[in-house]
Structure formats: structure tokens, C-alpha cells
Design a protein around this ligand. Structure first.
Ligand SMILES: Nc1ncnc2c1ncn2[C@@H]1O[C@H](COP(=O)(O)OP(=O)(O)OP(=O)(O)O)[C@@H](O)[C@H]1O
Ligand SMILES: [Mg+2]
Ligand SMILES: [Zn+2]
Length: 286
């Protein structure tokens, strides 16, 4: 028997007689409709997988929870100097690929609460959206975690500092927060020197002014001055204001777990158009 697909014209149903009856489905579906359905499912699956990868990359950055909703767009500069700082950061992100290829970074320097970590999180998010896996680390916590591995074997953090020495983009938050020992300064030097030598881009956040930067170690500061442009963010802390800023408090995470697409399309069965649900394989997103 011949069927007529309203889209593809006459067709012979596929011969399924070789299959066990229980496995025979849609014996009279138009084969070209089935091809179109598979094609559409493939496209949906690809787009969904890409969204999942982008979201995974972003989750792997290690952006602290509070800053997952902080983007370059919801960083509102106050005053001309902050406006300029915001512009420099934006330009850095606009040319991100070129900057990372050159190993160029930024030193965001300013008093507490002026939005340095906020901006740095925004840079990581923008990077993830462009397929780049960055990494966030608070330097004091990295040093603590490193020290906690002393005398322990097989500790997850044993290779933390080595891991930070490479990688296309590292946000190194809170350097120079308290008077550190020679040993701590040595650790920072080793990290910065490795990233300097390997031309790996680094975005540093610090309360130190450019003139005070040498307190992290003269040779470390000297390398940072070559590998990262200084962005001064003057001003007073925004934390009290941020605490009551409803728009900021309720801002969603910059990236959301992608939703599995649920799309339907019409295919011809028995020569009749019939709706079917396209199937897309989901994976665990967290
Ligand atoms: N320009 C801004 N626009 C909107 N929100 C801001 C801005 N600056 C800071 N905030 C908000 O204020 C709070 C403090 O900002 P953030 O933690 O980034 O400051 P910081 O410069 O990193 O401070 P610290 O030196 O103490 O680490 C955050 O909630 C942040 O989102
Ligand atoms: Mg900070
Ligand atoms: Zn058809």
C-alpha cells in the first residue's frame, strides 16, 4: 500500500516484518519525515549540549556563590574614575581572546567594597560564555589550603598551587591583604613568576594602591606591572548599599542550568500529519 505525505509525497512504508512485533513502531511513518525529525533532534541536542558545556565551564571557575549573579552589566560605576575603570575592564573583555593569547591581565586596585571581586567575576562569566575556562581563587585561602596539606599525602589540595601556575585565565583575589611571611611571599612569587613566564593571563584584585604593590614582594610586583594593566578603582565601600539593593540581591545567577528543549513537530503517519515530541538526552546539571 502506498501512502501520501502532505510534505514529501507518495511513499512506501518501511518493511518492518523482520523485526519482532513488539519492536515495530510507526511502521507507516514517512521515511523522509523521520529523517527530518532525526535532523531536528540532532540540532536540538547539539545546541543543548553546547549550553551545558558553557554552564559547566562557568561552574568550574569556582566563582563564590555571592558573585555568581555579579556581571559587568550590573556593576554601576560611581563617579568619573570608576566609569573609566569600568571602561578599561570592558575593553579588556571585548578583546579577551587577544589579551589571553598575549598573556595580558589586569590588576584591579581599590579600597574594600568598590567592586573588584564583582568585576573579576564578571570577567570570568564573560569568558565562560565565550568558551574559555577561567579560574577564581582567593589567594589567602589558597595559601591556607596549601599549608593544610603539609605532612599529608594524597590530599586533594596537594597540587593546588602547581595547578594555578598554568591556565588561560586566573583571577587571583585578595593579594596583599595582611602582612604575610617571607614564606608566603615566596609562594606568591613562584605563582606569579610561573604565570609571567608562561604568558598566562592573570587578573589580580588587591586593596594595595599601585605605590604599595611592592609590599607583596618587589620582584612579584615588578612582574605584575608588565603582565597586567593597573586599573584603579577609587571610592567608598558599596557593601551597605548592596545589602539593600533589591535588584542586586535578587539578580539571578549570570548563567542558568540549561533547560532541556521540549519541542514538537509534525510528521506524516499513515499519510496523516501527527504531532510528535522530539527527544533530547539530558544530563545531570547542577
Ligand atoms: N559599582 C558597583 N555596582 C554594583 N554593585 C557593586 C559595585 N561595587 C560593589 N558592588 C557590590 O558591593 C559588594 C562588594 O563588592 P566587592 O566584594 O566586589 O568589593 P571588593 O572591591 O572586592 O572588596 P574587598 O576589597 O573588600 O574584597 C558586592 O555585593 C558587589 O556586588
Ligand atoms: Mg574582593
Ligand atoms: Zn514526509
Amino acid at each position: 500500500m502506498t501512502y501520501t505525505c502532505p510534505i514529501h509525497g507518495d511513499y512506501e512504508p518501511t518493511d518492518w516484518s523482520w523485526m519482532p512485533p513488539s519492536a515495530r513502531i510507526r511502521t507507516t511513518t514517512c521515511p523522509r519525515c523521520m529523517d527530518a525529525q532525526r535532523e531536528r533532534e540532532r540540532a536540538l541536542q547539539q545546541a543543548y549540549d553546547a549550553d551545558c558545556r558553557s554552564y559547566d565551564r562557568w561552574r568550574q571557575c569556582g566563582i563564590p556563590t555571592r558573585y555568581r549573579s555579579r556581571t559587568l552589566d550590573n556593576w554601576q560605576p560611581q563617579g568619573a574614575a570608576q566609569q573609566l575603570a569600568g571602561k578599561i575592564v570592558r575593553r579588556y573583555v571585548d578583546d579577551l581572546e587577544a589579551n589571553l593569547d598575549a598573556g595580558d591581565g589586569l590588576v584591579l586596585s581599590g579600597p574594600p567594597g568598590t567592586g573588584k571581586t564583582h568585576l573579576a567575576a564578571g570577567i570570568l562569566t564573560a569568558a565562560a560564555q565565550r568558551g574559555i575556562i577561567g579560574r577564581y581563587i582567593s589567594w589567602p585561602s589558597a595559601v591556607e589550603r596549601h599549608k593544610a596539606t603539609f605532612g599529608k599525602r594524597d590530599d586533594d589540595d596537594a597540587e593546588l598551587l602547581e595547578d594555578l601556575r598554568t591556565g588561560r585565565l586566573l583571577v587571583l583575589d585578595e593579594i596583599g591583604v595582611r602582612s604575610s611571611s617571607d614564606y608566603d611571599r615566596g609562594l606568591l612569587f613562584e605563582l606569579v613568576d610561573a604565570r609571567y613566564s608562561g604568558e598566562w593571563s592573570t587578573v589580580v584584585c588587591t586593596n594595595l594602591t599601585p605605590a604599595e604593590l611592592d609590599t607583596v614582594g618587589e620582584r612579584t610586583a615588578d612582574r605584575l606591572r608588565e603582565m597586567a594593566a593597573t586599573v584603579v578603582i577609587p571610592g567608598t565601600s558599596r557593601r551597605i548599599a548592596a545589602g539593600t539593593d533589591d535588584a542586586l540581591r535578587s539578580a539571578p545567577w549570570a548563567l542558568q542550568p540549561p533547560e532541556k528543549p521540549s519541542e514538537r513537530m509534525e510528521i506524516s503517519v499513515d499519510g496523516q500529519m501527527q504531532e510528535c515530541t522530539l527527544s533530547v538526552n539530558g544530563k545531570e546539571v547542577w
